[in-house]
Design a protein around this ligand. Sequence first.
Ligand SMILES: Cc1ncc(COP(=O)(O)O)c(C=O)c1O
Length: 237
Amino acid sequence: MLSNSLIELDRAHLIHPVSSYRSHEATGVRVLKSGKGATLTDAAGRQLLDGFAGLWCVNAGYGQDSIVEAALRQLRELPYATGYFGLGSDPAIRLAARLAELAPGHLNHVYFTLGGSDAVDSTIRFIRYYYHAKGTPQRDQFISVGSGYHGSSTAGAGLTALPAFHAGFGVPYNWQHKIPSHYAYRNPAGPNPQAIIAASVAALRAKIAELGAERVAAFYAEPIQGSGGVLVPPRPG
Ligand SMILES: Cc1ncc(COP(=O)(O)O)c(C=O)c1O
């Protein structure tokens, strides 16, 4: 199929997330055709260095034969196995065990999800259910950090602290609270890293005191804020 017709089919039928619809309609889609290592090739034959690694998820690079072969083997043997109703499958069990081996400390149980937003929503469900089971269901308030990104599902977008994910979508919910980002540029605490850290800690303590410590269920923070601008936190002194 000619890429011109692909562009027209895209305009007519495909909804692109995190895009400006008007400018996408005017410019048309850039069709990616293939990938090898960190290089993508588009439909016009132009090569692109994929510094973004897909959406920060193609960590192994494109076109790794061992991954292609493992996927093909599994597709032939058993392409789908639910984990519901006590059922399981060899790869899921082994991957969970391997992840537990790699994860630090007591992080020994794995729950597979469809992606990051679904993972964040699952943590909210687990945390709320945990406090419900412990007899403290009033522990239902969640705190996250300004400029943070925790997904674009409804509950995750409410923890996300980027205005474009909120305006018109009815989030954040009233149980989702924010403290300011540690971003050093024009930080009200000034440029000094220790002052920024002290201000972040003070803001978190103040938010917990405002909500009541017995109401706070969880605090969400990215080690490095990603979609908010790749904001590296200040280094402790
Ligand atoms: C910290 C964080 N949480 C959640 C997500 C959402 O992941 P997904 O795009 O797989 O839904 C992302 C995606 O970049 C992320 O960086």
